[in-house]
Design a protein around this ligand. Structure first.
Ligand code: RIB
Length: 302
């Protein structure tokens, strides 16, 4: 079966603690719950897209130490094509320490790159990109590898989506290689040279830095999309947010699924917002990611 979407991205083991609220520096809190699960922005976006019906592959580097092979097996079980995942025997996979505060569902995340940080350029040179509709990347991998993959994609007519998360100042150089840049408000502000009046201004400012389209996600306030035709807003789904970890990954996975299907932008934005709304209304990262029928049911009720 042909692949429509290739995610070039990170795979982490997420160590997730639920606490009454986020701790302040130096504070020890008693948590309520602990879970260890498959995560990483690349893995999350690939799983989100697969659950929504995309034909998706993941290119990644997942060390076999510390049971890294189990992470890859789980991805394959989700229907993600993992043939482009390298599994070095002598490296450990990435790890993310995540605290979720029950008071408002906000979170803190610290990652250690592990094998994500050693993804080499030659892995990117050999990626089969011809025939894809979209190549998707985030910023938990070496940026030189992402740049090279985007350059190759562009020459083959494959569209490129960069989720510039987490923020890295060097990513400014990637923006001219992007068909679509997806950021949250904090990332948008960090990428821009100075303060902006609001999300529309931020989206226009980012557009001037080189991408063909920009999406600024505003959480409960919806999102702003800017391209050569102008700026549009899309409302967020009306839900009670209990856990926002991975919401951006669900948004990206859903958006690229819809765009790869040829949905018009406004419809794709509604689809992505509905998927993200479902994800934040329940706990967990991939555990919270919806399947296609749930998103369609939510859209039908909206
Ligand atoms: O976006 C959420 C993800 O960020 C988590 O799964 C964690 O692994 C970090 O990469």
């Amino acid at each position: 079966m042909p692949t429509d979407v290739l995610v070039l991205g990170s795979v982490n083991r997420d160590l997730i603690v639920h606490a009454p609220r986020l701790p302040v520096p130096g504070e020890t809190l008693r948590g309520q719950r602990f879970a260890s699960s498959l995560g990483g922005k690349g893995a999350n976006q690939a799983v989100a897209a697969a659950r929504l019906g995309a034909r998706v592959a993941l290119a990644a580097r997942v060390g076999q130490l510390e049971q890294g092979a189990a992470l890859v097996a789980q991805l394959a079980g989700e229907g993600v094509d993992v043939r482009a995942v390298q599994q070095p025997a002598d490296e450990a996979p990435g790890v993310a320490l995540i605290v979720v505060g029950a008071a408002d569902g906000e979170n803190q995340i610290v990652t250690v790159a592990g094998s994500n940080g050693t993804l080499p350029l030659d892995q990117v040179e050999s990626l089969p990109l011809a025939g894809l509709r979209w190549l998707v990347a985030q910023q938990e991998l070496p940026l030189a590898s992402i740049a090279r993959a985007f350059e190759r994609a562009r020459t083959l007519g494959v569209k490129t989506l960069l989720n510039a998360a987490p923020y890295r100042p060097e990513s400014l150089g990637l923006l001219p290689l992007c068909d679509l840049l997806v950021v949250n408000q904090g990332e948008a502000q960090s990428l821009l040279p100075g303060p902006v009046a609001g999300a529309e201004d931020a989206a226009r400012g980012l557009l001037a830095l080189g991408p063909r389209a920009v999406l600024v996600s505003l959480g409960a306030e919806g999102l702003v999309w800017a391209d050569a035709e102008g700026v549009q807003r899309a409302a967020a789904a009306r839900v009670v947010a209990v856990d926002t970890v991975g919401a951006g990954d669900t948004l990206v996975g859903a958006l690229v699924t819809a765009l790869a299907e040829g949905q018009p932008v406004a419809q794709a934005l509604r689809f992505a917002q509905a998927a993200a709304g479902l994800a934040v209304s329940r706990t967990g990262v991939q555990d919270a990611m919806p399947r296609r029928a749930e998103v369609e049911a939510a859209l039908a009720c909206a």
